[in-house]
Write a protein that binds this ligand. Structure first.
Ligand code: ZN
Length: 494
């Protein structure tokens, strides 16, 4: 009896170590120093000019990643453009240097006006009041070339979410009727005004709603404290003036790059592991003392991009039990926008995405380690630690929780949806001076990296990927984690 157990366990251990060494051999077979180096030297080259959203450099990077996917045999994703691209709709509007709205001789400016859609305009005219500005309200009205005044919301819909949704619809109706401007009048007592104003006043890049009409009338919200609504409801035409100047509107489209490798296990292949990183960076800025002005972003995040490329090449050649979804995000540096777009428009149902293994990087100060932000927050920690140690690195968790790094990269949008999502990073034991030498600096160049260390780093990532994707146990949030409940909600009992 005892002997049988001994033999069985000896066989078992033997089997385990064979499986392990073969995964390790598979990783070593595809993750090689010269290839890593050539990826990073291209992605972080001056030719790509810092890969900023809206510039040709980032488009070259996207094309390069997609071409590599194709070369590896990574499959196109159903529903993506040309199989490998997901369009991400963005907009950036500078704030006007002047805005003044005059309705029935009352002036509105500054904190009383919120801008939804604007172009430079100077116009004084009789405006038409159209109740709530819903489609019925347009019956018999001629508003072509005119300014329309409406009440915000709808009689039974006054919560903030409805106000935004209705607002987009109303602009669509105004545009279809040929109006030049739509002004929604809000009640002065509205509690939400403070947050609305804050939300709309930033001069920054944001996602663009797929249903948002392109072009269209000037669209403003005005917060009235003059009993204006009562006056408007009397129904007369109202003298209205509109002055907006100094606006610079920019609508743009960028691309997430995506690819799939189907899993080999008949059951587990319905579960997807997402391997992700952002590939954009911050572009060109002010020159330093050496007259370098290109922020090449070798660490941030050519390195992350290459973790995903390395996993893609390896898994395409040696598929894992679970399916793999590779995503390189655009516009992380603009406020985590590419990943936000993805979770709102997923190409594989979010419920089927059981894990997101992200990589984002500032720099490193310890070449014996890999730092995994959120290592101990999911049940995949053991697999990751074993993989790192098999390669000769030590996996450590976030050394600077006060920086809240977990919630500052693309992984957070997946976590919020309930998907376990740590971030695999170059080894750092503190978020200190050594990191700031390179973090968002023109010095973040490919020739300043240690490629012997990087070889280990990429191998450790890919071996972790294989272990997680082949494990019979599906990784989950550790009980009690901030995102545990979200996970329960997304996956239910599975
Ligand atoms: Zn960055």
């Amino acid at each position: 009896m005892r002997k049988t157990i001994l033999i069985l366990s000896a066989l078992f251990i033997c089997h385990l170590s064979m499986a392990q060494s073969s995964d390790l051999e598979k990783v070593k077979a595809t993750v090689e120093k010269e290839e890593i180096k050539s990826h990073i030297f291209y992605l972080a080259s001056d030719e790509l000019r810092g890969r900023e959203v809206g510039t040709p450099g980032i488009e070259k990077a996207a094309d390069y990643i997609a071409a590599e996917f194709k070369r590896y045999g990574v499959k196109p994703v159903p529903g993506a453009d040309n199989g490998y691209f997901q369009q991400v709709l963005l907009k950036q509007a500078s704030l006007p240097n002047k805005i003044k709205v005059t309705i029935s001789e009352k002036d509105f400016s500054g904190q009383q006006v919120a801008i939804f859609n604007a172009e430079n305009i100077e116009k004084v005219t009789q405006a038409v009041y159209l109740n709530y500005g819903m489609s019925d309200d347009y019956e018999g009205a001629d508003v072509k070339g005119k300014i329309i005044l409406v009440k915000a919301g709808a009689p039974d819909q006054t919560d903030q979410g409805s106000l935004f949704k209705l607002s987009l619809q109303k602009r669509g109706f105004a545009q279809a009727a040929g109006a030049i401007a739509l002004i929604e009048v809000h009640d002065y007592n509205a509690q939400y005004w403070g947050s609305v104003k804050g939300y709309l006043s930033h001069d920054k890049m944001t996602l663009r709603d797929k249903n948002e009409p392109v072009g269209g009338p000037v669209h403003l919200w005005v917060n009235s404290n003059h009993n204006l609504l009562d006056e408007l409801e009397k129904g007369a035409e109202v003298s209205t003036g509109l002055v907006i100047s100094g606006i610079d509107n920019n609508r743009l489209t960028s691309r997430n790059v995506v690819g799939i490798v189907e899993g080999t296990d008949p059951k587990l292949k319905n579960e997807y592991i997402i391997y992700s990183a952002h590939y954009d960076h911050v572009g060109v800025g002010k020159p330093n003392a050496e007259l370098d002005s290109i922020f090449n972003g070798a660490r941030d995040n050519a390195v992350g991009t290459v973790t995903v490329l390395s996993a893609a090449e390896n898994i395409a050649k040696y598929p894992t039990k679970r399916s793999a979804l590779f995503i390189l995000f655009t516009a992380e540096e603009k406020g985590l926008l590419g990943s936000k777009w993805y979770v709102e428009n997923p190409l594989v149902p979010l419920k089927q995405a059981v894990y997101c293994f992200n990589s984002d990087n500032a720099s490193y100060n310890d070449t014996t380690k890999a730092t995994i932000v959120g290592l101990e927050r999911t049940t995949a920690s053991q697999n990751i630690k074993e993989a790192c140690s098999a390669i000769g690195l030590t996996a450590i968790d976030d050394p600077a929780p006060e920086q809240n790094l977990f919630d500052r990269s693309d992984n957070v949008h997946f976590a919020t949806k309930g998907i376990p999502a740590p971030t695999f990073s170059l080894g750092f034991t503190a978020f200190d001076k050594e990191l700031f030498k390179y973090y968002h600096q023109v010095t973040d160049n490919p020739e300043t990296l240690n490629y012997d260390y990087l070889l280990k780093f990429f191998r450790a990532y890919v071996l972790s990927c294989r272990k997680i994707a082949n494990d019979e146990e599906t990784p989950v949030w550790v009980e009690g984690d901030k995102y545990y409940e979200a996970g329960q909600e997304l996956y239910g009992d599975r």
